[in-house]
Design a protein around this ligand. Structure first.
Ligand code: TZP
Ligand code: MG
Length: 210
């Protein structure tokens, strides 16, 4: 189940963190107050992803933070992950929900207002909305900017958790919050922080006080 008022969604991206460091970094993210944790592992071997996921799931469970696997519904089901995150080209929510099973979280990436509306209509449990800014974590994906955040929050974010994503860091955060974002995903600024738990706490506190 999703937490009732999630603010900070952290992604453990194996492009930034080695499989060896995954547990330690996850502990830091959880300590800093991450409300959801996703494992994202573009281009990695399935066996490696399964191994890392199986080591992170107990940590998340102990912290009562949902563990979401990016991209692999069958693997998520097999590992009894709390949910799966899919992109625009990964099929229908209903089909993915059938694979991961009842009670599991299914989230969708959206890159426009219309995609956000469609994900809501389709029954996604939450959405990502972005990238707000160009970001090396998702190369080649055009930035969508900040101007549609208020309408997205009003239309979609009032019905399900909507996480703004892409280029959000401790410097851009005030701009993002002032543009109306209530929930965010952060990848590189957390994973590259000198003190990951303190950085996570900064994002979380800023969102809680906004
Ligand atoms: N989807 C849209 S932007 C993005 C994803 C996975 C990457 C966000 O990463 P960062 O490092 O927080 O900009
Ligand atoms: Mg995907």
């Amino acid at each position: 189940m999703l937490p009732s008022d999630p603010k900070l969604y952290a992604i453990l991206d194996l492009g930034y963190v080695s499989a060896t460091d995954a547990e330690e970094v996850t502990r830091e993210l959880l300590k800093g107050g991450a409300d959801l944790l996703q494992l994202r592992a573009k281009g990695k071997e399935l066996d490696l992803i399964r191994d890392v996921a199986s080591r992170l799931i107990p940590l998340c469970r102990e912290a009562q933070v949902p563990f979401i696997l990016n991209d692999f519904p069958e693997m998520a089901a097999g590992l009894d992950a709390d949910g799966v995150h899919i992109g625009q080209d990964d099929g229908e929510i209903a089909a993915v929900r059938k694979i991961v099973g009842p009670g599991k979280i299914v989230g969708r990436s959206t890159h426009s207002l219309n995609q956000a509306r469609a994900a809501l209509a389709e029954g996604a449990d939450y959405i990502g909305f972005g990238p707000l800014f160009p970001t090396p974590t998702k190369p080649g994906r055009p930035a969508i900017g900040l101007e549609n955040i208020p309408i997205m929050e009003a239309e979609v974010g009032s019905a399900l958790p909507a996480f703004c994503i892409g280029g959000i860091n401790r410097t851009t955060l005030p701009l993002v919050i002032n543009s109306g974002a209530r929930r965010i995903v952060v990848v590189s600024d957390l994973l590259q922080a000198e003190n990951i738990s303190e950085a996570a706490r900064f994002f979380k506190d800023s969102l809680n006080h906004s």
